[in-house]
Design a protein around this ligand. Structure first.
Ligand SMILES: [Zn+2]
Length: 496
């Protein structure tokens, strides 16, 4: 029962410090490899409670021909929600940047989250010949894909994680990295951003209203042929526009963004805006606090003008069209072209304290498929990276945009009666002009909440009647401070 409290990777550390401020020639490679699960089974929800339960009269047909219901649990909303098919492929997409000294892999997978232990497994599987100095494995946080954490599988006290599928995903991530290495070419980076265009596409469902709604793009062009090798798009929103009733595996809006950027944006059969080709990698940012395209937020199709409220694939496609148009337009006029740059990075493995009793239970019961590195401590990880005028910070979970961009609030009724602790905001501490925050990177430790906004006890903040959503899915009230103070030191080591 307590097997998961053992450290799965004793002594592991990703710690690294490499500084290269010289103007080095860059080689870049991209690859996209599917990680779509097979979904042979189908079920019928007799009482429409959106949960599979034979006691409700729910029935299933078994696609395996062996009489065993072997569901793909969709992770994100309610427990016990098996998929009934696949709408779009889920992916492991990789961008590799090499400055002749270090080789950085940025991998984005369509997953609700991917725990640090699993990240370490993947790193151990990447062959030496791939020459990877450091691999970031981040999750898009789709709420419409297979469970890779174990919190949505089966019953609350049973680890129903599909071990075969997890093994498959790890193998496929390695293949994605290897393919990206093979595709490496001398390249330049074209950096662009649109910091305001996407604001109407995301809602903040928890006060205070602070967003991370700027879009940041890196388009990569082969120096010799002028061909676009690929792009990296960073934005921050929960990929849950399809919401809670969808039963088809999907990567939600990132699917439509990547399609639009690569192949163009269509109105029916008419191409309205050509794509740039290559492989598009979508990474998510500060999605906590809580960034979502909630069913109450209408999304307009940019061509037909039709406004969608209900969470459907049409709405999600409309959102993807809008986002890819913003990205494509911004990439036409890059703010900066990086012909050469060194890659600097500081990486720290960190033991994170588990204060949350539910998380403690989860670790003990094996609901969450990860080990502990000490008494109620999880191994997690932070990284800060600089490539010329571009910097990147990786966050191991869902950070509140207040911590990324400021301002942090200290509303009356906050549990500790304190002022904002985690200042200045992370982006203010980051070097360079273009500041990418990659959330759910190398881990998913849940919400990272400013301590002065922590609110489990009455009196509640902002005139609330109850404790707001967030704290129960956080390691604890000190997590943000630990991350903030470590990033401050690491960014100091990284230099201007
Ligand atoms: Zn989330």
């Amino acid at each position: 029962m307590f097997v998961n409290m053992r450290d799965r990777h004793p002594g592991y550390s990703a710690d690294l410090k490499i500084i290269n401020n010289s103007a080095s020639a860059l080689t870049v490679g991209f690859a996209a490899v599917t990680i779509t699960p097979e979904v042979p089974d189908r079920w019928v929800d007799a009482n429409n409670d959106n949960e599979y339960n034979p006691k409700d009269g729910d029935t299933f047909t078994d696609g395996n021909g062996n009489g065993v219901f072997d569901p793909v649990w969709i992770a994100g909303f309610s427990n016990r929600k098996p998929a009934n098919g696949v709408h779009d492929d889920t992916w492991a997409r990789t961008m590799i940047v090499d400055d002749g000294k270090s080789r950085l892999a940025i991998v984005s997978i369509d997953a609700i989250g991917f725990m640090n232990d699993d990240v370490v497994d993947v790193r151990n599987l990447i062959p030496e010949e791939a020459g990877i100095t450091y691999a970031i494995i981040s999750s898009t946080h789709t709420h419409e894909g297979p469970d890779m954490i174990g919190m949505w599988s089966g019953t609350p006290v049973m680890d129903g994680l599909n071990k075969e599928y997890m093994k498959y995903v790890k193998t496929r991530i390695v293949q994605s990295v290897e393919a990206a290495v093979k595709n490496m070419r001398p390249a330049r980076l074209e950096i662009s951003q649109d910091l305001t265009g996407a604001i109407p596409l995301v809602k903040d469902t928890r006060k205070p209203e602070v967003f991370d709604s700027g879009m940041r793009m890196i388009k990569t062009v082969d120096k010799k042929s002028g061909e676009v090798l690929g792009s990296l798009i960073a934005w921050a929103d929960h990929p849950e526009t399809l919401w809670s009733q969808n039963l088809l595996v999907s990567s939600d809006f990132p699917h439509f963004v990547r399609e639009g950027v690569e192949k163009g944006v269509f109105n029916g059969d008419s191409l309205m805006k050509p794509g740039i080709g290559g492989v598009c990698v979508y990474v998510n940012g500060a999605v906590g606090g809580l960034m979502t395209t909630h069913p109450s937020l209408p999304v307009k199709d940019p061509f037909t003008g039709v406004e969608y409220n209900e969470p459907t694939f049409e709405k999600t496609a409309a959102q993807g069209k809008q986002l890819s148009l913003l990205a494509l337009n911004a990439m036409e006029n890059p703010s900066e072209i990086v012909e050469s740059a060194g890659i600097s990075m500081v990486v720290r493995t960190l033991p994170m304290k588990i204060d949350n009793i539910m998380f403690k239970l989860g670790a003990a019961l094996g609901v969450m498929n990860r080990g502990t590195v000490g008494w109620m401590k999880m191994r997690s990880e932070l990284a800060v990276i600089k490539i010329g005028p571009l910097s990147m910070v990786t966050i191991p979970g869902e950070i509140y945009p207040e911590l990324a961009n400021g301002p942090i609030d200290a509303p009356e009724g906050n549990d500790f009666g304190i002022q904002a602790l985690e200042i200045p905001p992370i982006r203010e501490m980051m070097p360079g002009k273009y500041k990418f925050i990659v959330g759910l990177a190398n881990d998913e430790i849940g919400y990272i909440i400013p301590k002065s906004q922590w609110d489990e006890k009455a009196p509640y903040t902002y005139g609330r009647d109850n404790s707001p959503y967030g704290e129960e899915n956080s390691l604890g009230p000190n997590t943000a401070e630990v991350i903030h103070s470590n990033l401050k030191e690491m960014l100091g080591e990284l230099g201007e």
